[in-house]
Write a protein that binds this ligand. Structure first.
Ligand code: SF4
Ligand code: SF4
Length: 359
């Protein structure tokens, strides 16, 4: 397979808003993203609107120039994400839309309306046949399938389940319906260390399946009811919840890659990617707390190969910070699994040529 082209422009969150908008437009044009969009397309801009309490999600001013570029092709852009599994203001379309509005993703700020891709309760889905080693079919949020074209906008972060949250993760987990997400998570189950547990009860409050029992000195998970969503791990402030990452993270990464294959196969040439290496944090934007940057801002990547973009993100963070984003965030999780597996099943290639776009 030929190496993929990955386009790169330097960008810092601290730079002037207008300069950053100009850079994003320049990158969009020079990377050929315009070519995947045809006149009159209904074009989904795959987003993450940020969990309540998170402040490092990609802000509306990075999305507005993307919307503008799509409109310049004569297409009709809309911002789009799917609902999440865990208890959150993003677990149904009504609260999800209200949260997006509070985070500034208004028609006035971005120029595009919002559509939640899997409906009000996360069950609007279309199955795509992939004939991959684990799944013959994957269940994806229906509006991503219905859209004529997609620009996937991802924010590179660490990730507690798979080490790296970037383009592949945004595709595979971010575009799955509730059923698709459940299948992906079914391989990973957490356990509570009773020595560390303070019986504070926060995990029980957030567990979407109500499968955590509280005792005077510790909490306990009912494994039979647990769906492996990871919410208890994310909210525990005492590091009392652990996943058995050795095997389950690998399985989760493979599941994500197979779900990513579903959308890549279905969209063919009508999908492109932007990956922002700014405001990079240990945890992803689903975590509702204020996080510190762990690597200085680098820039934005663009192209038509999500595997190549994720590989470039790892290489660039290593080059600039000495360790890559996953090594800095979750050193015990090997995120190369998702890239290698995605390459093997045909999502893209890890070989790439980096081309810097000048402003
Ligand atoms: S959040 Fe952590 S410390 Fe609190 S009850 Fe749950 S496992 Fe125990
Ligand atoms: S116990 Fe299972 S279902 Fe409940 S929050 Fe934890 S991972 Fe999710």
């Amino acid at each position: 397979m030929e190496p993929s082209k990955v386009y790169f422009i330097q960008l810092k969150t601290s730079d002037q808003k207008n300069l950053n908008k100009k850079k994003i437009k320049r990158l969009f044009n020079n990377s050929g993203l315009s070519d995947i969009i045809d006149k009159f397309d209904l074009t989904a801009v795959k987003m993450h609107f940020g969990e309540q309490g998170n402040i490092t999600f990609l802000p509306p001013e990075y999305i507005e120039p993307v919307v503008r570029m799509i409109k310049s092709q004569g297409a009709k852009p809309f911002l789009c994400d799917s609902n999440v599994l865990y208890k959150s203001e993003r677990d149904n379309a009504v609260d999800h839309l209200l949260l997006a509005n509070r985070h500034g993703f208004t028609l006035e700020n971005t120029g595009a309306p919002i559509v939640i891709a899997d409906g009000i309760a996360g069950n609007n889905e279309i199955e795509i046949t992939i004939d991959a080693p684990i799944n013959k079919k994957v269940a994806l949020a229906s509006e991503f399938i219905t859209a004529n074209s997609i620009i996937v906008v991802s924010h590179a972060t660490g990730h507690l389940g798979v080490g790296l949250g970037a383009s592949i993760k945004n595709l595979g987990m971010g575009m799955a319906s509730r059923k698709g997400k459940l299948i992906q998570h079914s391989v990973s189950k957490p356990e509570i260390n009773q020595e560390k547990c303070t019986a504070c009860g926060i995990c029980k409050k957030w567990c979407p399946e109500d499968c955590i029992a509280m005792y005077p000195e510790y909490a306990e998970i009912n494994e039979d009811k647990c769906i492996g969503c990871g919410e208890c791990l994310a909210v525990c402030r005492f590091s009392a919840v652990n996943f058995k990452w050795d095997s389950s993270s690998e399985e989760l990464q493979k599941q994500i890659a197979e779900h990513a294959l579903g959308i890549v196969k279905q969209k063919k040439r009508k999908i492109g990617y932007l990956l922002f290496l700014v405001n990079m944090t240990k945890d992803c934007d689903c975590i509702g707390i204020e996080q510190e940057k762990i690597i200085d801002d680098i820039g934005v990547l663009a192209g038509n190969d999500p595997v190549a973009l994720d590989q470039a993100a790892l290489d660039l963070t290593k080059k600039y910070a000495g360790k890559n984003l996953q090594e800095k965030s979750f050193p015990d999780i090997d995120c190369r699994v998702q890239l290698e597996y995605a390459e093997n099943i045909g999502v893209g290639t890890r070989k790439y040529v980096l081309e810097e776009v000048e402003i």
